[in-house]
Write a protein that binds this ligand. Structure first.
Ligand code: OVM
Length: 411
């Protein structure tokens, strides 16, 4: 199929946001996409796209026109058979979304999260003591994955067995948002098996009382959703809360290994830890972008997009837009980060973002107390995925703070 021309009122491009080259380093391509205009047309996929901060936020703030109900990937869920039951929070619009979002907002309320802070801190200290004593390790597998696969499913109340399936499930889901390319097909090979495991683990009887999962089922008792819908909301947390945060932690450690001055600044001033994490989410944008689908003909900039067309919304493009950020490619933990789109924006903005901040703050706090300097002990490798940017491995050596003795934890 030869790519068709772009519409007359929209610059066209042959940039392929699902190619290996783009996924390995999207930022030069995103610069070119921003330079094309407010809107561009991706010829290979016959869809529109936005990568400037102004347009990315305009689309995300207008969910009536830019709908999630046909899915946030390339495929139109209303026209093509989805590989899993659609999410009842991400892949829906108001008013359904309003109810389900309300449930997760309450379950993930600041009060509910305060109770987790102590546990996250304890687990972070145990892990930091162990890894700092080891001295060299892989910051993706031994640190980011080990930590998140412990604390996040624990907070949900998930049983401890086979948690690495969560990483596989996240990989499948995020690949499935791209077009049917080899990455998509490869991910789908394990879809049926992993889907069964996930749905078994989202069932009420699988979840420990008191966790997020159990609290979601209380909303079924209250009549807000059915038990089947509650299980789907548990699934949303499992889908969205593992690979994303693992990715951000990996990028955070790489940034601090590459910018020892920023690590020193963070150690001297731990109150910067929160903005440091948001700066990582801004500059490294774990989620490259999601799609929206127009519900009517609409005009963006000088481009008219017909109804029922897909628009790719590059969160990662908005996060490096020089019209919004001063020196956008500079990693600066003192930067004022509000307004970044690393968690999306608008009504579908990440519901779990406070959980991810608590998790990473616990980790960075524990390591800041123990590690003077991070050193890359080998080349980082990337894990290419149609939607999620992440490192596959990040070999590091840590230089221990002489003043901090790593004492074995009791018990
Ligand atoms: C979901 C979900 C929510 C947020 C992100 C996401 C694919 C999935 O509800 O399943 O990533």
């Amino acid at each position: 199929m030869t790519p068709e021309a772009a519409p007359d009122d929209c610059p066209g491009t042959d940039i392929d946001p699902f190619s290996d080259a783009f996924l390995a380093d999207p930022f030069p391509f995103l610069e070119e996409l921003r330079s094309l205009g407010d809107v561009f047309f991706l010829r290979k996929y016959q869809v529109w796209g936005v990568a400037r901060h102004s347009q990315v936020t305009a689309v995300l703030q207008n969910p009536g026109v830019f709908s999630n109900a046909a899915g946030v990937g390339y495929s139109n869920l209303k026209k093509e058979e989805p590989w899993r039951a659609p999410s009842i929070i991400l892949e829906v619009d108001p008013p359904v979304h309003t109810t389900t979002r309300g449930i997760l907002t309450r379950v993930l309320s600041p009060r509910a999260l305060r109770e987790l802070q102590v546990r996250f801190a304890q687990e972070a200290e145990i892990l930091a003591d162990r890894l700092v004593t080891a001295g060299t390790f892989d910051a993706v597998t031994d640190l980011a994955q080990a930590f998140i696969l412990k604390v996040f499913p624990d907070s949900l109340g998930l049983p401890p067995a086979d948690r690495e399936n969560l990483l596989t499930y996240g990989g499948i889901t995020f690949n499935s948002l791209g077009p049917r390319n080899p990455r998509f097909d490869e991910a789908m090979r394990r879809a049926e098996e992993i889907k069964t495991w996930v749905s078994d683990n989202c069932a009420r009887q699988a979840l420990t009382p008191g966790g997020f999962g159990d609290k979601i089922f209380e909303s079924a008792d209250a009549g807000l959703v059915t038990e089947d819908e509650a299980a789907l909301l548990v699934r949303s947390l499992l889908t969205a809360g593992v690979d994303t945060t693992v990715s951000a932690i990996g990028f955070a450690i790489r940034r601090f290994a590459e910018h020892p001055d920023q690590w020193e600044l963070l150690r001297k001033n731990p109150s910067l830890i929160r903005s440091a994490f948001d700066e990582v989410v801004r500059i490294d944008s774990p989620v490259i972008g999601f799609f929206r689908t127009t519900t009517s003909e609409t005009t963006l900039g000088t481009t008219t997009i017909p109804s029922e067309r897909k628009v790719m919304v590059f969160f990662s493009g908005a996060n490096r837009d020089p019209d919004r950020w001063e020196a956008p490619d500079r990693f600066d933990i003192t930067r004022r980060t509000p307004g970044h789109t690393g968690f999306g924006a608008g009504i579908h903005g990440c519901a779990g973002q406070m959980v991810s901040r608590l998790e990473t703050e616990a980790l960075l706090t524990a390591f800041a107390q123990r590690v003077e300097r991070w050193e890359l002990s080998g080349p980082p490798t990337a894990a290419l995925n149609n939607t999620l940017r992440a490192l596959a491995s990040l070999p590091v050596r840590v230089h221990q703070d002489a003043a901090h003795r790593a004492v074995p934890s009791p018990m």
